[in-house]
Design a binder for this molecule. Structure first.
Ligand SMILES: [Zn+2]
Length: 524
């Protein structure tokens, strides 16, 4: 290695292993795997990275071997923004950050410049978020966009991509993304296509029934299937390179649709649509407490919950979800209460919270929504399986179009998501070594080179002369995730060293406290 580049790759002949030599330092890799640094295709850490003290908060990501974060996902990005609408963006991003950002930027170039001055611990490829752009550009973002709105947003997206954004992300199950129509999405995805950049989508629905499509029993199509069809249609019309974010199947009733959904994605690919997807290797994921409320209530959710009639209607709707989806309050775990008086419930599931409060689970959920001002963070379970049956998750993980991500909201407030600590080690330990669901080579390829290709990153993801020196040295016999939903903040096993741009940043499994990250601005 010379500086931040790999200068030569040699396999030593005097012993059976490999040595990674960095500037002035030799790492003994005998019996270990030397892989390119892992690429987390779906991170929400862009709300923490602007703080120069982000290292101690985000180090679990480095310690699991991640060297590159793709940020700005699910439509929420701290850039580009319109400073006049900053309050709205502050409010909508509360769950994702530590403190209020100091907003020394508005455009993507200024944001990336700021990150470069923030003791950056990772390489960062940043997506411009459609939700943020909507909040920034539209007079009434919680509704449909006019033609003029769409034209204005296209300009913002074009500028963001020119300034170094890796692509455009959407979050169609969240406000304000949930209010967008296919024409708007097509117009914006077309800008990404024009620039050859990726278009990512958190779909409108990941469950068999959702609040986002009409529940018409005649000619029923599962809502998650409709959502996949919608986004494939956007890709078809716009010609965009589509990345379906966290392909999950929420609730036991949704799990069987996994075969159909993957079949439709494969069929679209066969017709020439450039599509892939990603997942985290857990049967639960972190999100906002708002996520199960219908679109019509999102704008003034807390005030709406004061009304008895609204609560009565929601009880009926949630009762349907419980019955037909097999998804219950015991599957929702509170991670962050956003209210100190309720912090004792963090880590508990809503059936227990309800028992403790002495109310029914509906009332407990409404109460937490209100006392957190709709800011609470929750972990939803039964994503693509559970402890007994994880068939759909395994099908997604093993699929040739699947890549890996954490999708974790890693902040110091509240309880953690185990994915922050063990995503990549879990794939390598449980799904490669123990269950032989995919080969070690295939798993590493997905985590590195295949992800770099998807993003258009030409100098990362491979161990080759001239490539950036991002490396992970791990023990294939011991690598694994030691964290679970009840004890999420446990360091992984077997990740020995991590090298970022030629500097050792994790040594014997421990973050060293030095910073060596870069902003990535060249794609294609
Ligand atoms: Zn998402």
């Amino acid at each position: 290695m010379d500086g931040d580049r790999i200068t030569a790759v040699v396999r030593s002949t005097d012993d059976s292993g490999t040595k990674a030599i960095t500037a002035g330092e030799t790492i003994d890799g005998r019996g270990k795997v030397v892989a390119p640094g892992f690429i987390d295709l779906h991170s929400h850490s862009d709300w923490v990275l602007p703080d120069p003290h982000h290292g101690p908060v985000l180090k679990p990501l480095l310690e699991q071997g991640i060297t590159t974060l793709v940020t700005g996902n699910c439509g929420f990005s701290p850039a580009p923004i319109n400073p006049a609408h900053r309050d709205l963006i502050d409010e909508s991003s509360d769950m994702l950050r530590e403190d209020r950002l100091d907003w020394r930027w508005s455009g993507v170039a200024e944001f990336l410049d700021h990150l470069e001055k923030s003791d950056l611990q990772f390489n960062v490829a940043h997506l411009a978020g459609h939700g943020t752009i909507r909040l920034s550009s539209m007079e009434r973002p919680m509704g449909p966009a006019s033609e003029a709105d769409v034209r204005a947003m296209q300009e913002v997206v074009r500028t963001a991509l020119d300034e170094g954004a890796v692509g455009l992300s959407t979050g169609l199950g969240y406000p304000p993304g949930m209010f967008s129509k296919l024409d708007e999405l097509t117009a914006l995805a077309s800008v990404a296509a024009e620039k050859g950049r990726i278009f990512t989508s958190h779909l409108k629905a990941y469950s068999w029934i959702s609040p986002f499509y009409p529940a018409n029993p005649i000619r029923w199509v599962d809502h998650n299937i409709r959502a996949v069809r919608d986004i494939l249609e956007v890709a078809r019309r716009s010609n965009a390179r589509l990345q379906i974010s966290h392909l999950i199947f929420v609730g036991p009733r949704t799990w069987p649709s996994c075969v159909t959904v993957i079949g439709e994605i494969e069929a679209a690919e066969a017709q020439g649509i450039d599509v892939a997807f990603d997942c985290f290797p857990y049967t639960g994921g972190n999100t906002t407490i708002r996520v199960i409320y219908p679109a019509s209530l999102q704008e003034n959710l807390v005030a709406a919950l004061d009304r008895r009639s609204v609560r009565a209607r929601l009880r009926m709707e949630f009762a349907v979800l419980r019955r037909v989806l097999g998804f219950d309050f015991g599957h929702i775990q509170l991670l962050w209460a956003a209210n100190d008086d309720y912090a004792r419930y963090e880590g508990m599931r809503f059936d227990r919270i309800a028992a403790d409060m002495g109310v029914d689970p509906y009332e407990a959920y409404f109460r937490m929504t209100r006392v957190s001002n709709a800011r609470a963070r929750v972990m939803l379970h039964t994503y693509s399986g559970d402890a007994q049956d994880n068939g759909p998750l395994r099908r997604v993980i093993a699929h040739r179009l699947n890549l890996f991500e954490t999708d974790t909201i890693l902040v110091s407030r509240g309880k953690h998501n185990p994915a922050s600590f063990g995503t990549f080690p879990k794939v390598l330990g449980k799904f490669v070594r123990e269950e032989k669901l995919l080969s070690l080579g295939e798993a590493v390829r997905k985590m590195t080179g295949a992800s770099a290709d998807r993003l258009g990153l030409r100098d990362r993801g491979r161990i080759q002369e001239g490539q950036a020196a991002d490396l992970v040295i791990f023990d294939p016999e011991t690598v694994g995730c030691a964290a679970d939903f009840d004890k999420p903040d446990v360091a992984p096993t077997g990740i020995d060293h991590v090298v970022l741009n030629g500097r050792v940043v994790v040594s014997s499994g421990k973050w060293k406290g030095n910073s060596a990250g870069r902003v990535l601005r060249e794609f294609g």
